[in-house]
Design a protein around this ligand. Structure first.
Ligand code: PLP
Length: 358
């Protein structure tokens, strides 16, 4: 069988330093080899076309091209920053919240994001679940009917072949308690050719009026929204799939209210729902991307009231040790005494508010 365009695109990713050198000079190859020993390199042809290699501060370059700074670890940084392992009852599954689980369908990605929080897994050529692992996962779901939602993640589950994706969907749909299936994927951003007719046909087969499929994708900068990406999103949304967006706040990439405003608005315009803006997890070698929480809260505060509510995601912190995600928010309301509140308007006015007895 002929390979499809997305598979050809995967074959043409930049994966070695020699290939990368054709785009950008590499100062210290020895150090760079150490960087790639921690997490591999891959940049898709689509993303290569979007990078301005003349500009060392190009946001997409910063997210995709490895830097020596990845070798600097902060003492607070961890191998397993959000405690995936702490809450993993069986291999390739994390069960942290009662109603939903994560399944790591593969650890492969089309592009290895340089700020990846799961870099200890994605970074190596880690094998994905075997048939035995898959059977165990399905058994686990049968034994845990409180799990209504399965999130296929990784790695990037849409880098699997069509028949592998269909295998997952058909197995999951045989568990009556599983109602919602989510794919967490960056292919819409880095490998839009993946959204083929064949894939759409398969997804369609597993959606009905009470069994939705959701896609959560990961745009971090308005420059990533190119015509091919818009088409990929539109094909999914036209088919009745709700597409949401989550991604981290990244220093020098999107830590600017104007850039985030532009990102969130352009996302709603292409029918993607901004879902979460994450505080960067404490993965090793990512400190050069980290923005202080206080600054993140101030940035999100400045968008409140200015930007349409349907474009505003929640700013979230995933606690180390598998303790779960919490929203980080500016406090607009302080209780002063019994029924009296000190409030702040979205435009910064201070107000007193007296609550009637109720
Ligand atoms: C983040 C996460 C989820 C998904 O959480 P939502 O708030 O529903 O997006 C589910 N399980 C685990 C283990 C997670 O880390």
């Amino acid at each position: 069988m002929q390979p499809e365009q997305w598979q050809i695109d995967l074959q043409h990713c930049v994966r070695t330093l020699d290939q990368l050198e054709q785009y950008i000079p590499i100062q210290n190859k020895e150090r760079m080899r150490e960087v790639l020993a921690n997490m591999r390199l891959s940049i898709t042809p689509h993303t290569l076309r979007l990078i301005d290699f003349e500009n060392p501060n190009d946001p997409i370059l910063l997210m995709s091209v490895p830097q020596e700074r990845e070798l600097t670890f902060s003492p607070e940084e961890l191998v397993d920053p959000i405690g995936d392992e702490a809450k993993s009852p069986i291999p390739f599954l994390t069960h942290r919240y009662p109603d939903r689980v994560l399944i790591y369908a593969t650890f492969f990605c089309s592009l290895f994001c340089r700020f990846c929080f799961r870099r200890s897994k994605t970074g190596e050529a880690n094998p994905g679940p075997t048939n035995t692992d898959m059977d165990r996962i399905i058994n686990y779901l049968h034994e845990h009917p409180e799990v209504e939602e399965v999130i296929l993640t990784g790695g990037d589950p849409l880098t699997l072949l069509d028949w592998q994706i269909e295998d997952w969907l058909s197995m999951l749909r045989q568990v009556p308690s599983v109602r919602r299936i989510r794919f967490h994927t960056r292919t819409l951003v880095n490998l839009p050719s993946r959204i083929t007719d064949g894939l759409l046909t398969i997804l369609r087969r597993y959606i009905d009026a009470t069994h939705p499929i959701f896609i959560v994708t990961h745009f971090n900068h308005p420059k990533e929204i190119a015509p091919e990406n818009i088409t990929a999103v539109a094909r999914l949304v036209d088919m009745g799939i709700v597409v949401r967006n989550q991604g981290p706040l990244l220093k020098d990439v999107n830590d600017d209210p104007a850039i985030l405003e532009e990102l969130f608005k352009r996302l709603v315009d292409i029918r993607v729902v901004p879902y979460y803006l994450h505080q960067l997890d404490l993965a090793q070698g990512t400190n050069h991307f980290r923005v202080p929480i206080e600054e993140g809260i101030a940035i999100m505060r400045s968008l409140q009231g200015k930007v349409t509510g349907i474009a505003l995601p929640r700013y979230m912190l995933d606690l180390p040790g598998g303790k779960g995600k919490i929203p980080l928010t500016h406090q607009f309301a302080h209780r002063s005494e019994s029924s009296n509140w000190d409030l702040e308007s979205p435009f910064g006015e201070s107000l007193k508010y007296h609550e009637p007895n109720c």
